[in-house]
Design a protein around this ligand. Structure first.
Ligand code: UT7
Length: 334
């Protein structure tokens, strides 16, 4: 008879222990962007809620930014880097097909050769990675997991593209997830709609670029209205499902931290969910722009940093974007 395999003891739950973030120093206002795309400060503020955003320096990499955010998160958790046994990096802008950003980050952070994996789920990436971390910890596969959302979208932007140049930006947010005696990360509700893969995509694949390079290095391109309609039509339902799955109601929340896609999408979801007044809503997009996988941890860090949230309160996180893909979960705040 085949010998039964042994599994490690399972755990009751996991929790976010700490958060760290990194915002590049260069502030880029709408006037600078509008000059290249026949737009205006007023239009960009009106249609997206963005007043300014941060852009990384030319020589600043995804891993450089992730390292700063991660160092802060690990220190705030009261851990040393060697205690991190898994590094998950949610990103779609690490400019190497391989190796992963996570492996470089794990080494530079000073982990003891931690497991390392990049998660490519675009704007939903951080919420995906957070749930993978929760599962690894609850199944006993890992003890402390570093989860990072990081993007240098400016490396893949066409600054002359009216539909995307003003919206995307750069930054990094990181959390340390560790064991807990009760669930501090609720069940994830996630999914995808690959039939809408062209709604946010690249102008060319690497293979196409190699055989017949276009004028422009492969850049992001977005059917803004299509994505907007999908977000407004579907994502509030996903939020309700995440609340139900966690066995809580909207009144139990202290914060709502949606992916910072567009202020109008956030406003619409707040209405659709009938969010009570006491729930703090993340509106980090105004000064940070849309940083894809980095947006949820950056927005969360901003709220925690501002002292707007009681520790231990419940926050609803939701990420959505290219794929199209989405993921949502309720978490206990550190
Ligand atoms: O993070 C991943 C997920 N991404 C999202 O969730 C983004 C979702 N989409 C959006 O946020 C919005 O679609 C945008 C902010 C990207 C665009 O806003 P919109 O209200 O959907 O603009 P639109 O494309 O419907 O264009 C409205 C009008 C058009 O003019 P007419 O035809 O009404 O005369 C456009 O030509 O605005 C014009 N327009 C612009 N005007 C000034 C389009 N882009 C610009 C621009 N500046 N950059």
């Amino acid at each position: 008879m085949t010998k039964a395999l042994r599994l490690p003891p399972t755990r009751a739950g996991s929790r976010i222990m700490s958060i760290g973030s990194y915002r590049p120093s260069r502030v880029v206002d709408n006037v600078e962007i509008a000059a290249r795309i026949e737009s205006s400060d007023e239009w960009i503020r009106d249609r997206s809620g963005i007043i300014e955003r941060r852009w990384a320096a030319a020589d600043e990499t995804v891993v450089d930014m992730a390292l700063i955010a991660s160092g802060k998160a690990v220190a705030a958790a009261g851990l040393s880097p060697e205690q991190i046994s898994m590094v998950l990096v949610a990103t779609v802008t690490h400019p190497y097909q391989t190796p992963s950003a996570a492996a470089e980050l794990a080494a530079r952070l000073g982990t003891n050769g931690a497991g390392a994996l990049d998660v490519a789920a675009a704007c939903a990436g951080f919420c995906y990675a957070l749930s993978i971390a929760d599962s690894l910890i609850r199944t006993g596969s890992s003890e402390y997991v570093l989860v990072v959302g990081v993007e240098k979208l400016t490396d893949f932007l066409n600054l002359d593209d009216r539909g995307s140049a003003f919206i995307f930006a750069d930054g990094a947010g990181a959390v340390v997830v560790g064991p807990a005696d009760h669930p501090g990360i609720g069940p994830v509700v996630w999914g995808s709609d690959g039939d809408q893969k062209d709604a946010i995509t690249m102008t060319q694949s690497w293979a196409e670029y190699r055989t017949e390079p276009g004028e422009q290095f492969p850049a992001l391109t977005m059917q803004g209205q299509q994505v907007f309609r999908w977000a407004i039509g579907e994502i509030s339902k996903v939020c309700v499902q995440a609340l139900e799955a966690a066995g809580v109601t909207i009144d139990d929340l202290v914060a709502f931290v949606p992916h910072q896609a567009n202020m109008r999408i956030t406003d619409a979801m707040v209405k659709q969910l009938k969010l009570p007044e006491h729930v703090v809503v993340a509106r980090d997009i105004a000064t940070t722009g849309n940083t894809s996988a980095a947006s949820v941890p950056l927005a969360l860090d901003r709220l925690v940093e501002n002292g707007e949230l009681p520790g231990g309160g419940l926050a609803l996180l939701v990420g959505f974007g290219a794929g199209l893909a989405f993921a949502a979960q309720v978490v206990e705040l550190p």
